[in-house]
Design a protein around this ligand. Structure first.
Ligand SMILES: N[C@@H](CCC(=O)N[C@@H](CS)C(=O)NCC(=O)O)C(=O)O
Length: 343
């Protein structure tokens, strides 16, 4: 009896582990076979994901997909960007139309626990806020009693705003749209007094309004939002690859490796972690099912987290979101950006 039970258990474990291994490799195998990563983005949020007039996508979330492409194929250009509205995005991922979402998806309990999706790690820390016309003369969120508030459907914003007003005994009227363009137009035309979203989105959208200086973002931050890529639940290997792609960029910044010096590091660094990260030592790429120079390729072509941030949200970018003093600074500078070690 004990033997039979043992045999059944072992057989069961075998099935579980082979089933696990099969699904674990599914997304990576499909991506390799297809020759490109299908990256789900939004329709346009400058600094994070937006196409230029030639149809080339730019932004922090876009660069995460380019880094993933570099990790897998050695080139950052093997990505197709597929836009969807906030309310369509989860079906886009669940149905396999995209390999991941990289469009500032906020990691929440209910999304993680009930939508069949996973959040490998955080690409950007944020919080919700409010934008109003300066001419409204409002200086605090507490002055918003009775306001009409514009948001897009399918966003975490709806719950966050409802919670905030309830907690502060204030009332408001939600004005909800499906598409960015409609929401922005309604706000500009005065159909609502307030636009609410992640603060990064507010800054990003303010840059798209006809007269950005006529609007202010109120000082209150009413939530904490952890935004990053999302993958399907159950494909752990793919989740690891997405997670460690971002960690390679964050870890590299922390270790002082950038696109400018990665060749020099490859030739002469004696730091063991750096050597493993860029594939000079160990077989770290192989452990993920990737070429051993995956880390080198990310850093050479897309750069470290700091370079990615500066390019998309730094002083010379169209949407400036100061990093210094924010949660997106490296841990050693008082922020939350930190990567586990390469060992
Ligand atoms: N972090 C938000 C999503 C951020 C987001 O998608 N924001 C909207 C605007 S409020 C956006 O950028 N929309 C642009 C688009 O869908 O193209 C969430 O996960 O609910």
């Amino acid at each position: 009896m004990a033997n039979r039970l043992g045999a059944v258990t072992i057989f069961g474990m075998f099935i579980l582990s082979t089933a696990g291994a099969a699904s674990a490799q599914q997304t990576l195998a499909a991506v390799k076979q297809r020759g490109e990563v299908l990256c789900g983005v939004g329709e346009g949020s400058p600094g994070f994901f937006s196409p230029d007039d030639k149809g080339v996508w730019h932004g922090l979330d876009v660069d995460v997909c380019r880094a993933l492409s570099a990790a897998i194929f050695g080139s950052p250009d093997k990505v197709k960007f597929l836009p969807a509205t906030p309310s369509a995005r989860f079906a886009q991922l669940q149905s396999g139309q995209v390999d991941l979402l990289s469009r500032s998806v906020t990691w929440t309990f209910s999304r993680d626990a009930s939508l069949g999706i996973d959040f490998p790690t955080v690409a950007f820390y944020d919080g919700h806020g409010f934008m109003v016309k300066k001419s409204l003369g409002v200086s605090s969120a507490k002055d918003l009693n009775g306001a009409n508030i514009c948001t897009q459907s399918g966003l975490s914003t709806e719950v966050i705003v409802a919670d905030y007003f309830r907690q502060n005994n204030l009332t408001y009227r939600p004005v909800v749209f499906e598409k960015v363009e409609e929401t922005l137009k309604a706000f500009e035309q005065g159909r609502c007094d307030v636009f609410s979203s992640d603060k990064s989105t507010l800054f990003s959208y303010r840059a798209r309004l006809g007269e950005p200086d006529a609007y202010i973002v109120l000082p209150e931050t009413i939530s904490r939002t952890l935004d990053g890529p999302a993958v399907r639940h159950g494909d752990n290997n793919w989740g690891d690859i997405v997670r460690w792609t971002l960690f390679a960029m964050i870890g590299a910044e922390d270790l002082g490796v950038s696109s400018a010096n990665v060749d020099q590091m490859k030739a002469s660094s004696t730091n063991a972690e750096i050597r493993r990260l860029i594939g000079v030592e160990g077989e770290f790429g192989k452990m993920l099912g990737l070429p051993n120079d995956w880390g080198y390729n990310i850093l050479k072509t897309v750069g470290n987290y700091g370079e990615m941030y500066e390019r998309n949200l730094g002083g010379a970018s169209p949407v400036v979101i100061p990093r210094k003093g924010s949660l997106n600074a490296l841990w050693r500078n008082g922020g939350l950006m930190i990567a586990p070690s390469f060992q």
